[in-house]
Structures are given as C-alpha cells and as structure tokens.
Ligand binder design. Structure first.
Ligand code: SF4
Length: 257
C-alpha cells in the first residue's frame, strides 16, 4: 500500500469509528476534540466549560478573525481530501502549500481533529506549518504555540515526515483584516523568510520555530486528561485574561476586578 493510501486509511478509521453525535464518552458527551479547543484550554479551561454550558454568539472580533482566515485562503481551490494527500506526498523539487489541510489523529483513545491554515509539503515531508492570528498585539501567546505544534504532531501521526518541520506563527494587526493584499497573497509578510512588515493600513510579524515532539506530547497528555474526565477545569491565574473574557460576569472564579 502506498503512503497516500495509508494516510487516507487513518482518516477513514477515525471518522468511521466515531460514536453518534451526543453519544461520545468524552467531556460534555463529545465524540472528538478540536485542536482549537485544546488551544482554548491554555487560555482558560473554565472558559471552555462555560462556553459549553452558556454558548454566546460569536463576538465581532471572532467574526472578523473568521472572515480574515477566509480572506487569506480565498485563492485556495477546494480540493478533495484524497487529492490533497496525493499532492502532499508527490515528489517535487520545491515545497507546495496546501491551505486548510485536514488533520486527524488519536491520542490516548481521544480522536483529535483540526485544519491547518497552511501546510507546506514536499514528497511526504512536512516542511512548514503556518498558523495565522489577528490581534491588537503582535505577540505570541502559549495557545498559539500549542495549536501550531499540535498540527505538526498530528501530521506526523498521520504518516507525514516531521523530522525537519518548522512552524510559523503569523500575527496581523486588526487593520489587516480586509486587506486585498492578503487575499491576493501579495503582502510582503507572506513571503517565506520575511519576519516583519508594516504599511499604512496594518502591521504583521512572523515567528518561526523548529518543531519537536517532546514538549507538545507532555502538553497533550495534560489536555486530554480534561476530556477523559480525569480532572476538573482549571481556571486561569492571569487576571488580565479574565478582564478580557466575555464570560467574566458569569464566572464565579473570575479574577476581573
Ligand atoms: S473570567 Fe477568567 S476564570 Fe472565568 S472563564 Fe473567563 S478567563 Fe476563565
């Protein structure tokens, strides 16, 4: 069996064996965990818990972020998963970028899924994973690292080679949200090797890190224990997060003054 079929079999094994909706044996009756939810655990698990019990409509910031992601990926043609995998493993001289690449793997019996903003492949090697964020501050926070590293880990579990994988976290100021240079991929920050760019509309930074499995596996073990019901939600100890949290008025553990 060739590598692309082996990878596709792994996807199918996960999705064909999921329990029905609402009948999962994970926290909240869930049947799988999204990588973005694990990233939220690193913001505050109490928030994740409240999001489940008291879902709120998406905030303006969330909606803008979602639209901006679509704006950047607009040039990507929708491609079937098996075609994406075939392209990813094909031998080639230069790496190829695939947008919104599906990731699915199982850790300690917990199915974990996500979509990578950008993944750069060459002959089955994953060279670069890119995670884009839109924020008022051009700083990298721990949930960004967790999310990007889980994509790398997941791609490795699916059968891609991560021996020389790096991950890049790109942070754009909110002024960049509607910029046509993003959808046309002509903004200078999108060029490989560029780490800072500023124009009259916005500003962006890109940070690149080598990927290593060791630390992220430890983090994933911790995160998965929550979904397996082995511990209660742990609230943040950072009052600034509570101050910015949309659940601060509902939360009995809030540190917001
Ligand atoms: S208010 Fe603070 S402790 Fe409560 S959910 Fe929000 S971030 Fe967590």
């Amino acid at each position: 069996m060739d590598i692309s079929n082996r990878i596709l079999d792994k996807y199918n094994e996960i999705f064909n064996n999921l329990p029905s909706w609402g009948e999962g044996n994970l926290k909240f009756g869930d049947r799988l965990v999204r990588i973005s939810s694990i990233a939220t655990q690193y913001y505050c698990e109490q928030k994740l818990e409240l999001q489940h019990h008291y879902p709120l409509p998406p905030t303006k910031i969330m909606q803008d972020g979602e639209e901006a992601h679509e704006n950047v990926a607009v040039l990507a043609k929708p491609i079937a998963r098996d075609e994406n995998v075939r392209i990813a493993v094909e031998k080639r001289e230069k790496p190829i970028c695939i947008y919104e690449f599906d990731v699915a793997f199982v850790h300690k019996g917990v199915p974990i899924i996500g979509k990578v903003d950008e993944a750069w492949f060459r002959g089955g090697d994953i060279e670069l994973v890119v995670e884009r964020k839109f924020s008022d501050k051009l700083s990298v926070y721990s949930p960004y690292h967790i999310q990007a590293q889980l994509y790398c880990l997941g791609l490795g579990r699916m059968g891609f080679n991560t021996a020389r994988t790096s991950y890049k976290i790109m942070i754009f100021k909110r002024g960049c949200l509607d910029c046509p240079e993003l959808s046309q991929r002509s903004c200078a920050i999108l060029a490989l090797g560029t780490s800072y760019f500023r124009c009259i509309i916005g500003e962006a930074r890109a940070f690149t890190y080598p990927f290593s499995q060791v630390g992220i596996l430890r983090e994933l073990d911790w995160a998965v224990d929550f979904w397996l019901g082995k511990r209660e939600a742990i609230p943040t100890k950072n009052g600034a997060k509570c101050q910015a949290c949309e659940y601060k008025s509902l939360c009995s553990l809030s540190l917001a003054k």
